[in-house]
Design a protein around this ligand. Structure first.
Ligand code: ADP
Length: 459
C-alpha cells in the first residue's frame, strides 16, 4: 500500500516528464513544419497539458474523497449506535490507520455499550422487583419512573411523563413533594392512606452541585405500626393493671404503719418503710411508663397555649424549692421577663421539673442549680444547669434511652425510674424541638431544650 503523499509526488513527476517529452517533441516538430502551423501546434500542446493535468488531479481527488466519504458514513453509523456496520478497507496508508482506529473504537464502544445495557437491565429488574416503591421525578416535576411496588392510590399505574400536580391526589404528599422540589431539599413524611401507613423519603440526585432529579422511596410501614401499636397497648394495659394492686399495697402498708405505731428502730418498722419506699418507686415507674406510652401513641392531648416562661417557673418554684431544701441547694433563675412561649404548659412543667429534679439528685449538697432561657432568631433555648457529678462523654447519647442509668444503684436509691429523660425527649419532640446535653465529669451538666420559634409562635 502506497502513501497518499508519495502517490501525489510520483503522479506529479510523471506528469512533468510527460510534459517535458511532449515539449521536446513539439520543438522538434516546429523544425520540420511550416510556421503557419505553429499556433495550431501550440494550442494542441496547451489543450493536451491541461487535459492531462485535470485528469490526474480528478483521479487523485476521487480516490481520496470516495474513501473519506466511506469513513465519514461509518463514523455516522457508529455515532447512531450501529456498531455492526461494514469494516472499511482503504488503499491509502494514511487513511488505513484512521480506518483501523475507527474500527477498534467501534469494537470497544460496542463492548462498553453492551456492558452498560446489561447493567441497566439488571438495575431495572432490581428496581422493578423491589419490595419498596421507587419513583423518580425531574426538576419540572414530571414523573420519570415508577416501579410496581408503588401503591396505586399514591401514584396510578402508567403515570410516566405526567406532572405530579396532576397524578398525585393526596394533598399532604403533593405539598411535601412540591415544597422539597422548590427548595431543592431532601425529606421524609409519614402518611396514612386507606388504613395503611407509609413512610416516603425523597432524595435528590446531584451532579456538579446541580440537582438532576429526585428519587422517592415508599416504605409500607403498616405491619411495623401494627406491631408497635400492639406493644404500646400491651404496656398501657400492663401499667393500668399494675397500678391498682400497687396502690392498694401502698394503702395497706400505710394503714399498718399508722395502726401498729412500730418502734422506729425495730426491724419491723424498717421492713414496712422498705415496702412503702418500693411501692412508691413502683407507682412512679408505672406512671412514667403510662406517660411514655401515651406520648408515643399520641393519646396525650397536646394543648398549646401562650404563657410566660418566667411565670411557669414561678408556679413550680414551691415544689422545686421543696426538694432543693433537703440538700441545701440554691436555685438561680435567669429568664427574660418578656419571654412568651406557645407550648403545652403542663408538658413544659413536666420537662422542667424532671430536669431540675435530676440536677438536684446528681449534685452534691449546698451547690447551685439554675434555669436560664433566651430567645434566638429561630429557637427558644431553655437550659437547666448544675454543678454535680457530670456524665462521661460516652454515656451522653445513651441517657435518653428508656431505663438507661449511668449508675443504676445511685438512681434507684434516689427514687429514679430511668424514664425521666426519655419522657423529656418525647415531649420536646412533640413540640418539634430537641434536647441537647453538655457535661464534664465532676464539674456539672447542662441540659438544653431547643424549641423552634415558628412552631411556638404560630401554634
Ligand atoms: P433517672 O430516673 O435514673 O434519673 P433519667 O432518665 O432522668 O432517669 O436519667 C437517666 C440517667 O442520666 C440517670 O440515671 C443519670 O445517670 C443520668 N443523669 C440525668 N441527669 C443528670 C444530671 N443532671 N447529672 C448527672 N447525671 C444525670
Amino acid at each position: 500500500m502506497r502513501s497518499f503523499f508519495s502517490k501525489i509526488l510520483i503522479s506529479n513527476w510523471l506528469f512533468l516528464v510527460v510534459l517535458l517529452l511532449t515539449a521536446i517533441f513539439v520543438l522538434y516538430i516546429t523544425t520540420i513544419i511550416s510556421s503557419t502551423y505553429y499556433i495550431i501546434l501550440f494550442i494542441s500542446y496547451l489543450v493536451f497539458s491541461l487535459y492531462v493535468a485535470f485528469h490526474i488531479s480528478y483521479k487523485i481527488a476521487e480516490s481520496v474523497t470516495e474513501q473519506l466519504r466511506a469513513l465519514q458514513e461509518r463514523t455516522r453509523l457508529i455515532n447512531a449506535g450501529e456498531f455492526n456496520s461494514a469494516f472499511i478497507m482503504t488503499n491509502i496508508s494514511e487513511l488505513s490507520e484512521l480506518s483501523l482506529s475507527i474500527n477498534a473504537m467501534s469494537e470497544r464502544l460496542k463492548l462498553q455499550f453492551n456492558a452498560l445495557n446489561i447493567e441497566k437491565e439488571k438495575f431495572n429488574l432490581l428496581l422493578e422487583n423491589l419490595k419498596e416503591g421507587v419513583f423518580a421525578i425531574d426538576k419540572e416535576k414530571r414523573l420519570l419512573f415508577q416501579n410496581k411496588s408503588i401503591p396505586k392510590l399514591l401514584i396510578p399505574e402508567g403515570s410516566q411523563s405526567r406532572t405530579i400536580d396532576v397524578i398525585i391526589k393526596e394533598k399532604k404528599i403533593l405539598q411535601f413533594l412540591n415544597q422539597h422540589i422548590a427548595n431543592e431539599t431532601e425529606g421524609k413524611i409519614n402518611i396514612e392512606l386507606n388504613k395503611k401507613f407509609y413512610s416516603i423519603r425523597l432524595y435528590s440526585l446531584k451532579s456538579d452541585d446541580k440537582t438532576l432529579m429526585y428519587i422517592g422511596v415508599v416504605l409500607d410501614k403498616t405491619e411495623d405500626r401494627e406491631r408497635q401499636l400492639l406493644r404500646e397497648q400491651f404496656v398501657q394495659s400492663a401499667s393500668h393493671e399494675l397500678k391498682t394492686p400497687i396502690t392498694s399495697i401502698k394503702g395497706y402498708a400505710e394503714t399498718l404503719d399508722s395502726k401498729l405505731k412500730l418502734n422506729p428502730k425495730s426491724n419491723e418498722k424498717k421492713f414496712l418503710d422498705a415496702i412503702l419506699r418500693n411501692t412508691d418507686r413502683m407507682i412512679r415507674i408505672v406512671e412514667d411508663m403510662l406517660t411514655i406510652s401515651k406520648l408515643e401513641t399520641a393519646n396525650m392531648v397536646f394543648q398549646p397555649e401562650m404563657f410566660s416562661l418566667k411565670e411557669l417557673v414561678k408556679n413550680i418554684e414551691f415544689t422545686i424549692l421543696g426538694f432543693l431544701k433537703l440538700k441545701g441547694q440554691k436555685f438561680i433563675v435567669e429568664i427574660p421577663n418578656d419571654l412568651i412561649m406557645y407550648a403545652d404548659l403542663v408538658q413544659m412543667e413536666h420537662v422542667l421539673l424532671n430536669l431540675i429534679q435530676n440536677a438536684s439528685i446528681y449534685s452534691p449538697e449546698n451547690c447551685k442549680i439554675g434555669v436560664r432561657a433566651l430567645r434566638e432568631e429561630k429557637y427558644i433555648k431553655i437550659s437547666v444547669w448544675d454543678q454535680g457529678i457530670g456524665i462521661e462523654e460516652k454515656e451522653l447519647d445513651r441517657i435518653f434511652e428508656r431505663f438507661y442509668r449511668v449508675d443504676a444503684n445511685r438512681s434507684r436509691n434516689q427514687g429514679g425510674t430511668g424514664l425521666g429523660l426519655s419522657i423529656v425527649k418525647h415531649i420536646v419532640k412533640l413540640h418539634s424541638g430537641w434536647v441537647s446535653v453538655s457535661s464534664i465529669r465532676g464539674e456539672g451538666s447542662t441540659f438544653t431544650v431547643n424549641l423552634p420559634v415558628d412552631n411556638l409562635s404560630s401554634g
